[in-house]
Design a protein around this ligand. Sequence first.
Ligand code: MN
Length: 210
Amino acid sequence: MTKYALPDLPYDYGALEPHISAKIMQLHHDKHHKTYVDGANQTLDALTDAREKNDFARIAALEHQLAFHVSGHVLHSIFWKNMSPNGGGEATGALASAIDRDFGGFAKFKQQLTKAAATCMGSGWGALMFDTLSGRLITTQIHDHESQTVQGGLPLLVLDAWEHAWYLQYLNEKTKFFDAIWNVLNWKDVAERYERVRGVSLIPEQKAVG
Ligand code: MN
């Protein structure tokens, strides 16, 4: 039975150089992302096994594993698409208008998201999310792959702040990675994600804007 599967990178390993090295992209996609896909599938198997044996003694650990691995798979799958060798520049159209409305302009938004990513303690992500309760854009700082997230938030743009995303190339200069990544961000992809979700409302009568 097909469960979770590792997607292909939408470009060559070296396509994002000099901003992200081919070696990082190869290890990050082929090894790290694959680990999350494999972990998600193994955890589903373990849950099936637990149901068959009617033994839920490890359910808390399994739920933690499932959240970690599936969330890692989700975020990396979006992350690869959020970047492009033809990226950079700024958001346009409806996405740009929403960024202006909710952050007071692209420059403020860029500063907020970069800071959210760069100040993760330990491993995590900075993310631009669509909040399906309010209809607004927010940033979040995700710990590991799944903690400190906003329920009902849908990720549009995610910046990987785990050391495996930058250390081989940037060593101790993490902030240089978060400056460089803006040169490869694929605003067309982010805008398409926004168009797909902007009509989604978690509780329609509470939706403030949209
Ligand atoms: Mn990663």
